[in-house]
Design a protein around this ligand. Structure first.
Ligand code: DC
Length: 223
């Protein structure tokens, strides 16, 4: 049976994961957060004490990494070699590790099939950076979410604060700009909108407003 796939790409903090989760619930689709997969590789590399930009050493670790995603009570939980690392992957330091390892071609190749397998099994809403361009170029609907740097850093800052992490806004903003540049300028699967993606700017929107815009847009196209 043909599955429906909705790709939601964009830079960090544009609201992809929060919005995608709510949309998945609304349409009864499975939500897949692909950033979590890169973050899980980041956690492993971090724990091994390997520099995350050392492509040769990082590649050597890949055969030791088993990643499983389980949907428990509608929530995506992610397991690294059997350990639930769903909270660990959200630590600020891991964002840098994830961004670094995601620029390594062997890492992207290692994770590609895992991501495609989700789309074979279920109707999905998948968020990431290259879902519409590389992972699922035939996705039924492609959305590229953006917002200003300040708006995006503000959301990331609020999220980290809410989790009790001790961060400063200026640091979150500057770290985010570095990661964005790195994600956009890397040679493999850079962060760029697919030519057939619908671009939506969420700057200044409440969550409810962004969800409503996307809900209408998707409902219109699924008719
Ligand atoms: O969405 P996020 O911040 O959790 O993603 C963490 C990192 O993973 C981000 O710096 C870019 C990378 N990533 C990627 O390269 N491709 C994806 N499909 C998803 C994330």
């Amino acid at each position: 049976m043909k599955r429906t796939a909705i790709a939601i790409d964009g830079p960090s903090g544009a609201g992809k994961s929060t919005i995608s989760k709510l949309l998945a619930k609304e349409f009864g689709f499975t939500y897949v957060d692909t950033g979590a997969i890169y973050r899980t590789v980041g956690v492993y590399v971090y724990r091994k004490g390997v520099p995350s930009n050392d492509a040769v050493e990082v590649e050597k670790l890949l055969p030791e990494i088993d990643i499983q995603i389980k949907h428990i009570g509608g929530e995506q939980r992610i397991f690294l070699n059997g350990e639930d690392v769903s909270e660990k992957i959200r630590e600020h330091i891991i964002s840098k590790y994830a961004s670094d390892v995601s620029a390594i071609p062997a890492v992207r190749a290692f994770l590609l099939d895992m991501q495609r397998e989700f789309a074979r099994r279920d109707n999905i809403i998948m968020d990431g950076r290259d879902i519409g361009t590389v992972v699922l170029p035939d996705a039924d609907i492609k959305i590229f979410l953006t917002a200003t740097d300040e708006d995006r850093a503000g959301r990331r800052y609020d999220e980290l604060k809410a989790k009790g992490q001790n961060v400063e806004f200026e640091k979150v903003l500057s770290d985010m700009r570095i990661r964005d540049a790195q994600d956009s300028e890397r040679a493999v699967a850079p962060l760029v909108p697919a030519h057939d993606a619908i671009q939506v700017d969420t700057t200044g929107n409440t969550l409810e407003k962004s969800v409503l815009i996307l809900k209408n847009l998707i409902a219109e196209r699924l008719k």
